[in-house]
Design a protein around this ligand. Structure first.
Ligand SMILES: [Zn+2]
Ligand SMILES: [Zn+2]
Length: 303
């Protein structure tokens, strides 16, 4: 019986290939997702992403505004992993806590940041995340060059002794307001280069469209400068603030300075097919999340 079935399958395959002339490999599936909340449970964040029509998503693995994250409950983690599997949500992106400032000149803040980032890495691995997105932090009280060195040292301290199978840390570009490190490609490259010398897991980039715009930089020029292959995740946000304003204000796709045409160019670029596109757009009225996912998917179809 099993044999007959497998022969049948072979037969079908042969017929289609005779008909089509040659077997074509399917185009890789574009990965479009959104940041969802874990407020009710981890699994519900995955279910929400799937219900919105996503095939990838981003979460905070604990409260983003508290130093100490609560312990992950193994039963919850299992449900979360099952939901991801069931809905083919790949990759999983975790965004780090907003309080973390790895290059801080203040030793107390730096120690807390190292401890919190270590916990981020541990939770990311427990959840089976592929990517942990990290903000480079603030260079206040130092030169940017010094801060980049401190960032690398802090990251190494956070990761000491951890085995990071399957996890990459992605450094996110910033809008460059105040003393924010990492708006310029040169800084991003240096952050990655120095950090990579100190750790044994991959370090890549997450490039945010709104941050490029606010920093007064062309998104494609940034990609080119940091190296396309090092960019794994693209944060898709339109910008409520002006070009070069250095203000980080996310807007609904098509409603900001980047506009629908700008996003069409991004979503239809063949070189970006294997990247994960993640929305971090505001949810101001019910359905905003669904609308933004729908717009991105529609733009991707016009490739
Ligand atoms: Zn972002
Ligand atoms: Zn932002």
């Amino acid at each position: 019986m099993i044999r007959a079935r497998s022969l049948g399958r072979e037969g079908r395959k042969r017929r289609t290939s005779e008909k089509g002339g040659f077997e074509r490999r399917p185009a890789p599936m574009l990965r479009i997702g959104i940041h969802t909340s874990i407020a009710s449970s981890l699994a519900s964040a995955a279910e929400k992403a799937a219900a919105l029509g996503c095939n990838t998503f981003q979460i905070f693995s604990a409260s983003p505004r508290m130093w100490r994250g609560s312990k992950l409950d193994p039963a919850e983690v299992r449900l979360f992993r099952e939901a991801r599997e069931k809905h083919d949500l790949f990759p999983l992106v975790i965004h780090d806590n907003y309080l973390i400032n790895l290059p801080s000149a203040d030793p107390v803040v730096r120690e807390r940041s190292i401890e919190a980032f270590r916990a981020e890495m541990q939770r990311a691995m427990a959840l089976g995340a592929e990517y942990l997105v990290a903000h480079p932090g603030s260079y206040r009280g130092q030169t940017p060059e010094q801060a980049i060195q401190v960032f690398a040292g802090s990251l190494a301290a956070a990761a000491r002794g951890l085995r990071c199978d399957g996890l990459s840390v992605l450094i996110e570009n910033t809008a460059g307001g105040g003393c924010a490190l990492g708006s310029e490609p040169a800084e991003l490259l240096e952050l990655r280069r120095l950090a990579s010398e100190r750790v044994d897991f991959p370090i890549g980039f997450c490039i945010d469209t709104a941050h490029c715009f606010a920093a007064g930089l062309d998104f494609f020029a940034v990609l080119q400068a940091v190296g396309l292959e090092a960019v794994q995740v693209i944060h898709c946000n339109d910008s409520r603030s002006g070009f070069g304003s250095r203000l980080d204000r996310h807007e609904h796709i098509g409603k900001g300075g980047i506009g629908l045409e700008g996003f069409r160019r991004i979503l239809s670029d063949r070189r970006l097919r294997r990247k994960a596109f993640i929305l971090e757009t505001p949810v101001e009225k019910p359905g905003d999340d669904r609308r933004n996912v729908r717009v991105l998917k529609a733009l991707a179809k016009t490739r």
